[in-house]
Design a protein around this ligand. Sequence first.
Ligand code: SAH
Ligand code: TYD
Ligand code: ZN
Length: 412
Amino acid sequence: MSFPKQISGSRCRVCGGPVSEFFDFGRQPLSDAFHEQPPADELFFRLAVGNCSWCTMVQLMEEVPRDRMFHAGYPYLSSGSAVMRDHFGKVAGRFLETELTGPNPFVVELGCNDGVMLRTIAEAGVRHLGVEPSGGVADLAAAKGVRVRKSFFEEQVATEILAQDGPADVIYAANTLCHIPYLGSILRGVDALLAPDGVFVFEDPYFSDIVERASFDQIYDEHFYLFTVRSVQSAARPYGLELVDVERLPVHGGEVRYTLARAGGRRPAPAVAELLAEEHERRLTEAETLAGFGSRVEGIRERLVTLLRELKAKGKRVAGYGATAKSATVLNYCGIGPDLIPYITDTTKAKQGTKTPGSHIPVLGPEAFRDPYPDYAVLFAWNHAAEIMEKEVGFAGVGGEWITYVPDVCVV
Ligand code: SAH
Ligand code: TYD
Ligand code: ZN
């Protein structure tokens, strides 16, 4: 079935300017819709990406309604990676040492998921609230002692939190702000809820890293925006918020952590101007760069499909590793199904025993990877490569080879 309510995104969701499309991934399913038996009316939408000629914001051309993506059965678990658990432990530690040292501080996290960050804040006895619309993961956070409100953060929710708890010293969001098309409502909410000298800190995949690595699978339904320093700065300004710091992060294939404060409240760190200048020099959102990105993506599709067909012709056994949301874009864009990759293994219980969205490849538990090892494994969780390679040394030990496709198709 085609998508029921298609909102044509020819106007920028941030500033209302004209958006020009630069790549079309075609018909795509909801990236986290894993079903035991895919329904006959499985939802599809057109995944295409463009950039605004006024504010440069890179965004999807079509928007999927939020409750189709984020609901009680949302399967993504933030605590599924040891590296990410460590990362968020450090984030919490840093807030506790820097921004949360005043009397009775208060921190709000948007999209706290299973409580991977807030558990440390809760253990420290610091006032906090996680705002998380996906009921299943919100329950997991609550079970860790995290105080959670099961709702989508937006302006109205922000004013309710303010009335109940007072202003927030820190508002934090990781891999969540880029999921939210209604950015204006979020920023009005932040403006309402943030203490006068508070900070709004968020970290999301960095479009510059996506272009550099041709990591096109960062583009899927949930990733509505692909931020740059320039686009974030201009989105925040009308709400009286100023970009005062940026920090590049190695996680999830390259992210930036943005810090916003009330305009004039804090002196911007030199890193802001430096990264802005770098984006300008790279001509990051100019037509030529974006067209170059598109050509690389097409080349990767060609080489990946050719490789998988050759391996199949040679009778090699190929598996997928990590039923990521990202893999939906790769599999559906490349037209890869169970004929080329018969199964994908994943540690997430809720994904095991299901089929991947759109491509219908069975998802098995991690034990299936070893029993027996395949000849080749396509690493769909490439952003966790170091952690996975270390864990799966036995695979290389029996002569198994990894296939990656970021930044290009490669057998290692
Ligand atoms: N912060 C975690 C989770 C990222 S997944 C991490 O970095 O790993 C994105 C999360 O945002 C999901 O749990 C989803 O339910 C949540 N989300 C989506 N829209 C939201 C909104 N409007 N307000 C708060 N959370 C939202
Ligand atoms: P991730 O790449 O973090 O995000 P997304 O789904 O947004 O693309 O997802 C990692 C997936 O890989 C998740 O489903 C869990 C799985 N995984 C494993 O199967 N084994 C591992 O060792 C790790 C780290 C992740
Ligand atoms: Zn715009």
